[in-house]
Design a protein around this ligand. Sequence first.
Ligand code: MF3
Ligand code: CO
Length: 247
Amino acid sequence: MISIKNDKDIEKMAKAGSIVSEALKLMESMIKVGISTMQLNDEAEKFILSKGAIPSFKNYNGYKFASCMSVDDVVVHGFPSNRLLEEGEILSIDIGAKILGFHADAARTFAVGKISRQKQRLIDVTKQSFFEGLKECKEGARLGDMAFAIQHYVESHGFSVVRSMCGHGIGKKLHEDPQVLNYGQKNTGIKLKNGYALAIEPMVNLGEHEVYTDIDGWACRTKDGLPSAHYENTVIVTKDAPIILTI
Ligand code: MF3
Ligand code: CO
């Protein structure tokens, strides 16, 4: 069942969205060589709580932290840690917040100090792939149209789309129907309706698309060890351009 959000729901989700977006900006401003992802996580968690919101990920399926911190070959679901970030690494931060009964969820990939041109291109293509998908995200379009647009953009730049994880509906629960794949065929999948809330989140690998789960049971890593990037926003489907709640 896919829930339709009314104007009141959307207002609440927008509150959650602005808290998530501010938390990401706060962490971005702190990123530098020699800081730990735990420090970033702790500041963001304090910020979310100070707004009267709750970190969506903490205690979700046994996850212990407010954020996911995924460095280089970690695609998603890395734990924050006390290890200090090093020059040239890329860090994907994923965070969610719940307020007034509704969640918002977003992710960005950031550079630590000076990074290679290849890593910068990976970050840029991942972000742009979200916006290419968004062009196909409106009432009456099908999920496959968006999935195809993301995959086509990513692959035409020589990178690959992670298949084993996807975006999702979002609202009163962090993960709702439908699944939002980042690869697929035009003219397939369900038709989007006004009031659907979706977390669209392409995960893009510099090398091959295959991934595996680390022995910690959470961190998802690229099989070839090459870096991966992530870009996610929570959006509301309308008859025209979607409303982005987390920028
Ligand atoms: N944004 C992530 C997702 O949609 C949420 C992380 S799962 C958690 O899959 F368990 F870490 F919360
Ligand atoms: Co998500």
